[in-house]
Write a protein that binds this ligand. Sequence first.
Ligand code: CP
Length: 341
Amino acid sequence: MMPEQYRRKDLLSIRDLSPGEILFLLDMTDSFREVNEREIKKVPSLRGKTVVNLFFEPSTRTRTSFEIAGKRLSADVINIAASVSSAQKGETLRDTARNIEAMSTDVVVVRHSASGAPAYLAGELNCGVVNAGDGCHEHPTQALLDLYTIREHKKEFDGLRVSIVGDIARSRVARSNIIALSKLGAEVMICGPRTMLPAEAESLGARVSTRVEEAIEWSDVLMTLRIQLEREAGAAFPSAREYAATFGINRKRLEGAKRDLLIMHPGPINRGVELSPDVADGPFSVILEQVEYGVACRMGILYLLAGQREEVDGGPETGGSPDGPAEARPESTEVRDAVAH
Ligand code: CP
């Protein structure tokens, strides 16, 4: 599998992407990570560009990560929380987004409780749109930073065993990761109570287990998910305490784990429910690395969507022709220039 240049106007889902495009985005992350390790963590690549974070659901990591990513590329970054926007006065999503675009915005980063909201906006707007999590559908940038973290430790995806444990049915993170890992050749197991597993589990190409001990023993990587009480997960399980007793990852349960197991979590963690505190902060955990790499990952995405739009021949509606823009491979002159200042 070889990296394949990313020429799309938007980033809406992992399902849309080829394995080569996913690898290309991981290689972009490598290039921008170096900027974050400098004393002065700023390059002028997106000077004069505007990025708007339009969040209709709460967020700490994703919104802040996109804000830092944009600022480190010298873009102007504006945050709009739906709770203090004119959406509260009845303005439609389309009108809100079109008004934001009318202010010469280059990229809109959208989080919304409705699955498909970012894809809908991508069809309405000429600027780039990034899906920052839509309902129970997808969270593509989370999956990309998760893949990057896994690759840093395990080097290869082919044959790697990754378990995803928790409320799979309601998780956009799980969906994006199952699709991405399968595209890259990893074996995926999903694990949780039956009531939290999607009906189409097997059709996603994943193994299924309802025993967390089995998932732990089988895995090279254990991806744990938050129990989303706001998405009615409570109806799928008697109590958080019972979930912790049956599926929570604690030190005792990890006695059967491989010595080089990675434990991941997209955050926010319900400490003592999905993970005991000593495991969340323990030697297997790469949770804060995920957050760290997320900034470089999003720098790469903003650079591609905002930095090169005018070079995309065929215009923003088409995402550009295969013969269109200048090369943007991580090793290319453009990216070297982008991070060189
Ligand atoms: N992982 C994640 O999406 O976290 P936030 O909800 O804090 O953005």
